[in-house]
Structure formats: structure tokens, C-alpha cells
Design a protein around this ligand. Structure first.
Ligand SMILES: NC(=O)c1ccc[n+]([C@@H]2O[C@H](COP(=O)([O-])OP(=O)(O)OC[C@H]3O[C@@H](n4cnc5c(N)ncnc54)[C@H](OP(=O)(O)O)[C@@H]3O)[C@@H](O)[C@H]2O)c1
Length: 257
């Protein structure tokens, strides 16, 4: 993994899953890490385990005040915008309030993080933003994640815009797209354990949070603008887009009867 001595890194969603593994790996690689989540008790437990190169910061990133609190932490070399969550509802049952909940959880949290870290990065003319999206942003194969997929697609569009504006100022902007990953994500998205339809989509074996976190951190200092955490995903996504360009929806038969 990339060595990170002397780097200051902000990582959101640090209380669990991919974010917590990214904090652990970054500290082990020599970075000073500020980890953000709402659950302060989880962050304190992790801080006690990992040592004093990790600083816990308990914030709700849906609140505008979180950007100010992040801004008060000084300049970061890189920010990993990872906080987010899913929900479980089929497209025709998805109403606008649910879409709004997902936009707040997945888009507003990233926007507030970026608003917090960006002023000192721009002043310095350097920095890296890594945004954790989802493969569902590029190919919405799981119809019960319609609102979640739409929010991650919106996030991916914003990331493309941020990149256009910020790269000329020396700030790199990366999008990392995980697929199924074994974290609390599934139980947060589906707390009552609704039985999900069967799919003919590929890659249903989960990656570990550690595998994904390592790729997320490596992406910060790689040449790639967009990274898929599974090696086979990029090729599959390129097939999806070729089919769309040829006028055929490759996802129309994804739900099995
Ligand atoms: N697991 C998957 O299959 C999968 C696949 C593709 C993409 N992803 C993406 O990967 C990212 C990390 O998810 P994960 O799988 O690691 O799930 P996770 O374990 O549930 O982690 C999500 C983290 O986000 C934090 N968070 C949520 N809302 C927040 C808010 N308003 N303010 C601050 N922190 C907030 C949570 O902490 P608190 O609750 O304490 O705030 C939690 O630490 C998410 O963006 C997710 O969409 C996951």
C-alpha cells in the first residue's frame, strides 16, 4: 500500500466499515488521520485502539455546521468522502421523500465535507479529494436500491464537475466505485431484513472492508480518476456502456422471475 508519512488525511464514515479500515490502514502507513462520523462512542473506542495519530471528530455531515467544524481542523493533504448509506425500496415504490433522504445521506454529506476541506487546499494549490461512490452509480443493477443508486449517480456527476474545476488548481478528484462489500451497510439499508429479489447480475460475492479500503487509499495517489474496487468490474461496466451506446439496455433482464 502507498506509504503516507507526514500526510494529514480526513476520512468520513470512520465509525465502521470501509471508512474505519481506511483510517486504520492510513495510520499504519504513517498518516495523521481525522476520522468523522456521528457515533462519537465508536470513534472514541477506535481511537483508544489505534493510538494518537487518529483524532475522532463526531459530526453529522448532513448539517451545514459540519463544514465549518472540518474547516477549523486546518489543511488536509487528502480527504476521503466515504460517509453514506443505502435503503431498500423498489423503483415504483420510491417516493420523492425517500430520494431526498438518500441525497442528504450520500450527496450532502460529501458536499459538506468538500466545503470544509477545500478552502485551505485551494489556498495551498494542492490536495486530493477521494469520493466513495458505488458501482450502482454506473450500472443500477439492484432495483431495490433505486433511490440509493440515483443519489450515487448524482454524486458521480458532481465529482466529474469538481474535477473539471479543481484539477487546473492542482487538486486531484477521484471517484472510487465499490461493489458489494461486507460491512454494516446491508443491515443499515435493510434493517427489517426484507427478502430481496434474485438477480442475474455478476459479482455477488462481497469484498472485505479492508480490501476496499486499501484500494480507496491507493487511489488518492494513483493516476486513475475513476477506480473500480474489483478488477473485473471495469470491463463489465465498459460492456454495459457499449450496449447502451448500441441502443440496448443490458440491465432489462437483470431481475429473475
Ligand atoms: N458495503 C457495500 O456493499 C457498499 C457498496 C458500494 C458502495 N458503498 C459505499 O461505501 C461507503 C461506506 O459504507 P460501508 O459499506 O463502510 O458502510 P457502513 O459500515 O455502514 O459505514 C457508513 C459510515 O458512514 C457514516 N455516516 C453515515 N451518515 C453519516 C452522517 N450523516 N454524518 C457522518 N457520518 C455518517 C456512518 O457512521 P455514523 O452512523 O456513526 O454516522 C458509518 O461509519 C458508503 O458511501 C457506501 O454507500 C458500500
Amino acid at each position: 500500500m502507498t506509504s503516507l508519512p507526514g500526510k494529514r488525511i480526513l476520512i468520513t464514515g470512520a465509525a465502521s466499515g470501509i471508512g474505519q479500515e481506511a483510517c486504520r490502514l492510513a495510520v499504519l502507513a504513517g498518516a495523521e488521520v481525522v476520522g468523522v462520523s456521528r457515533r462519537g462512542d465508536r470513534l472514541q473506542e477506535f481511537a483508544a485502539e489505534i493510538g494518537n495519530r487518529f483524532t475522532p471528530l463526531s459530526l453529522d455531515l448532513e448539517l451545514a455546521s459540519s463544514a465549518e467544524a472540518i474547516g477549523e481542523c486546518g489543511r488536509f493533504d487528502a480527504a476521503i468522502c466515504n460517509a453514506g448509506r443505502g435503503c431498500t425500496r423498489m423503483p415504483l415504490e420510491t417516493d420523492f421523500p425517500l430520494l431526498e433522504v438518500m441525497m442528504r445521506a450520500n450527496v450532502l454529506t460529501a458536499m459538506n465535507t468538500v466545503a470544509g476541506v477545500l478552502p485551505p487546499m485551494r489556498e495551498h494549490g494542492a490536495g486530493v479529494l477521494v469520493v466513495v461512490g458505488s458501482i450502482l452509480a454506473r450500472a443500477p443493477t439492484a432495483p431495490w436500491r433505486a433511490a440509493y443508486s440515483a443519489s450515487k449517480a448524482a454524486l458521480a456527476a458532481l465529482v466529474a464537475g469538481w474535477r473539471q474545476q479543481l484539477v487546473p488548481e492542482g487538486i486531484a478528484v477521484k471517484l472510487v466505485c465499490p461493489g458489494l462489500t461486507a460491512t454494516e451497510f446491508q443491515s443499515v439499508a435493510n434493517p427489517t431484513g426484507i427478502e430481496l429479489p434474485k438477480l442475474s447480475a455478476p459479482f455477488m460475492t462481497p469484498q472485505t472492508a479492508k480490501e476496499v479500503a486499501e484500494i480507496v487509499l491507493d487511489s488518492a495517489y494513483s493516476e486513475c480518476d475513476e477506480v473500480y474496487t474489483r478488477p473485473e468490474s471495469a470491463e463489465w461496466i465498459s460492456g454495459v456502456y457499449s450496449s447502451l451506446a448500441a441502443g440496448v439496455d443490458p440491465l432489462k433482464n437483470v431481475l429473475l422471475p
